[in-house]
Each structure stands twice: as C-alpha cells, then as structure tokens.
Design a protein around this ligand. Sequence first.
Ligand SMILES: [Zn+2]
Ligand SMILES: [Zn+2]
Length: 276
Amino acid sequence: MARIVFLGTGGGRHTAMFQARSTGGMVLEDSGTRINVDPGPGALTNMMRIGFSPYATDAVVVTHCHPDHYSDAEVLVEGMCRGGMRRRGALCGSVTVLDGGHGYVSCLSPYHQRLPQERHVLTPGDSVTIGGIRMDATESDHGDPTTVGLRFHTSGGVVSFVGDTGYSDEIARQHVGSRVLVLPVTTPDDERIHHHLCTEDAVEFVKIVKPDLAVFVHLGLLMLSVGPDEQARGVEESTGVRCVAGEDLMEITLGNSISISTMPVRGGGWNRDWVF
Ligand SMILES: [Zn+2]
Ligand SMILES: [Zn+2]
C-alpha cells in the first residue's frame, strides 16, 4: 500500500534555522520502493527516530536549490549508495540542484552526483519512473526559477508534492486529478510573500484541484505562531475538501480510504541495523 511519511513539515529560512519544525521533507513508499523528497535539515535525524534506514532509500529527489530542501541530500545519497560502496538508486533534481546556474551552484558535489546509478535533471513536463512509480515534474513560480513540483502515480492514486511556488490558476491546474495534495502553505490568511503560498491562495488551489485530502506543509514561523490547524480548518470549510495541517512524523496511507496516523518513535542507543 502506498504511504507518505513527513520527515518535516516546516519550511522557509526562519523555520529551518530555528528548527521550529523539522524541515526534512517527505518519504513516499509504494510496493517496496522508497523515495525521499526534499531532504532538508532534520531529514536524517527523523529517519533514525522512526527506524528508516538510509540504505533502504531508492531515490533522492530535490525540487530546488534552497537549503531547507537539500541540506541532508549528500549524506542521504551516501546512505542510499551504502556509504558510496554500491552504485544504486536514483538522484533527481531541478537544473540548479544538479547543474547550478541562476546564481546557484549545484547543491550536491560532482562526487555525490556520480554515486547513484541514475541521475535525472528535472524540468517541467519530464517524467521519470523509479521502481514502478512514475513521477512527473510540474512548473513552479519561485525564487529559484528552475523549481519543479512533482506528481507521483502510486497504487493508491496520484500524490502531488507542490514545489515552493507563488499562486496562479495555471500552476494549480497541473495538479488536477491528485488524490492527495501536499501543499506548501508558508504563511497564514492573506499574508502573501512573493513566490510562496498563503492560506488565501490555498483556498483557490484546493478549489481547482479538488483532492480527497490536502496537507499543508512548509509551514513558516508566522503560520506556526497563529496555528496551522485552524488555518487548515478554515480552508476545509471554504472548499468542502478535507484539509489538515501536516505534523512531523505524520503518516498517511492510501488504501480504499485515506488514513492519518503518527509514526512511533523508537528509543536511542545502539541499533543493530547499523551494519556497514
Ligand atoms: Zn522552502
Ligand atoms: Zn524555496
């Protein structure tokens, strides 16, 4: 069964620097394939807390070249490739993530980019298949102009991971048909900041996409201070679509119905999975 686990539901530079929420992105699993999306600060720490071995990662996908989305990516690639001993897995990223440009240098070294078996530069319209999961890249309107959003075709329906973006009807329309819409709602109410979504934008986005479930992530400090649960409830009331504010370590399974739970955290100490 397909499932999503959020390693972090914070976003933006201030949430990331204070780790007011983790900024570790999400894991998507389906039929034995595990994909890490946007492993920013906190991804590896939270993987260890829930017993997710980096060895079990089959792909690392980075939507754009901002550190709240990529800072753990090199270490995770080393894990995916068994400490660099085995060429395996896929590394996918926007143009800036892998090649740099537009004022950015690539956020993974040439060494790390050579470790995986596959390397894919994603531009809107591209599709890559990883272990049977097709992933489409969509367009965004963000500070990094090469930012992509993602649509994953899972056995439980389409999961959209909307890249950091400002609002437009066109950007929202790319995600029509999604069963679960993971939406980066950085700020509350109408507190719009350039190249990001606020709650008012989320209403329009959700009205266009009409998913079974919308999950708000990439929560900024102002959003966290006013209460993301209440903001999500407001969007649900305006749209009639089930909306929740993401929580770190939230798990969503996509069966006949969609269920939401929290991953159990295990104790510390030596772990016998730590073989090398
Ligand atoms: Zn961000
Ligand atoms: Zn960004």
